[in-house]
Design a protein around this ligand. Structure first.
Ligand code: CA
Ligand code: CA
Length: 187
């Protein structure tokens, strides 16, 4: 049974039977008055206890589709976000995470937001959902119902380890500096 999460809501992934690979689906649509082409990008940062990527390659995005430990895979860039359902997807294998990784952040950012004068005020139907890739069963979904306006990047959620258990938390934290803001903070 899928859980509808609100901001700050959590699910314990370790308690879900036979869950090895977690699909992380991110979706969004662009408002009517989008104008210039809109390209949103999903990325993941695999962090150690210091809150940093241990190596640059633990930043997984459209130009680096796999983390070095093989635990996170980005399945590819979507350039428009058109249509229902997941626009970009990452696959997380929790049995492969390197021992120093304690957290995986999932962010969505607007490509060339500043240049194109775009922000999340022009985005609707944004969500993150997690599912079991084995049977496609949805585990939890978080609709970002907040009105984001000037943000050009948003952390949608994170998977983190606590007492040897993996949990997912819906975060919904905005950032004004797009992907670069997250890169500066976590790499
Ligand atoms: Ca994209
Ligand atoms: Ca869409």
């Amino acid at each position: 049974m899928a859980v509808e999460l609100r901001k700050g809501g959590r699910v314990n992934l370790t308690k879900i039977p036979q869950l090895q690979q977690v699909g992380v689906g991110l979706g969004w649509d662009v408002n009517e008055y989008g104008g210039a082409q809109f390209d949103l990008d999903a990325s993941a940062f695999l962090l150690n206890l210091k809150g940093k990527t241990p190596e640059d390659e633990f930043f997984v995005f459209y130009n680096n589709l796999y983390s070095p430990d093989g635990s996170v895979e980005h399945t590819g860039d979507n350039r428009t976000g058109a249509g229902d359902g997941d626009d970009e997807t990452l696959i997380v294998d929790l049995t492969k995470t390197r021992s120093d990784i304690s957290e995986i952040l999932f962010v969505v950012t607007i490509h060339e937001a500043e240049h194109r004068k775009q922000n999340f005020g022009q985005i609707r139907n944004a969500y993150i959902r997690i599912f079991n890739t084995e049977n496609n069963q949805e585990i939890a979904k978080y609709n970002l119902e907040e009105e984001f306006s000037y943000e050009t990047g948003i952390e949608f959620g994170r998977i983190y380890q606590n007492d040897n258990e993996w949990r997912f938390v819906a975060t919904g934290r905005g950032s004004g500096n797009g992907l670069q803001g997250f890169v500066d903070k976590y790499i």
